[in-house]
Design a protein around this ligand. Sequence first.
Ligand SMILES: N[C@@H](CCC(=O)N[C@@H](CS)C(=O)NCC(=O)O)C(=O)O
Length: 199
Amino acid sequence: MKLYGSLTSPYVRKVRILLAEKNIQHEFIVSPPAMDNTELAAANPLGKVPALVLDSGELLIDSGLHVEYIDSLPGEKFIPADDSRWVVLNWHELGNGISDAVVARMLEGRRTPECQVADNIKKQEMKVERAMQYSEDRIRGEFLAANRLTLADMSLGAALSYIDLRWVHDWRGRFPKTAAWYENICQRDSFLATAFPEG
Ligand SMILES: N[C@@H](CCC(=O)N[C@@H](CS)C(=O)NCC(=O)O)C(=O)O
């Protein structure tokens, strides 16, 4: 299979972490999103990353589909089938939601000053703050759910790394349990191998 993605997308990073943890062979094609006349645009009509093209040639568009497909492949399952499934999928969405808010904040900040809507930046920041507090209130130890590594850890980990990339601020002081969990999860080979480029 072929994964199209940029090196700085939290959704791409989450999918790459899962591929690494499952040790699944794939071709990673580095592509910035939304460019006309690129291999990515030809593969994915929406021009978004990540985009996954299966060996059959079938396209899967969204990282939510990618993780379900990849986890259905043989090997360890990172989306449990038991009752913890819903807790894991909820953390997955929390991570996605944080990433969505940080992307929206960044795009608003990139508009020319006269076109910027300050309320929108504040609104996205408050979403992230509340989601961080939600995490802080629920984190108990090494893993977010099921007492083992799951998609939950991959999604929130990718989202927090995206905060550090696009909205540098001291969240660690206010959310120490989340910070301790994050520092630990970042030591995994799958996280180290997919870290965002420096600078
Ligand atoms: N819900 C999508 C979000 C993907 C997404 O928004 N990717 C961004 C890069 S981080 C993108 O491709 N943006 C370009 C665009 O929306 O045209 C997913 O989980 O795959």
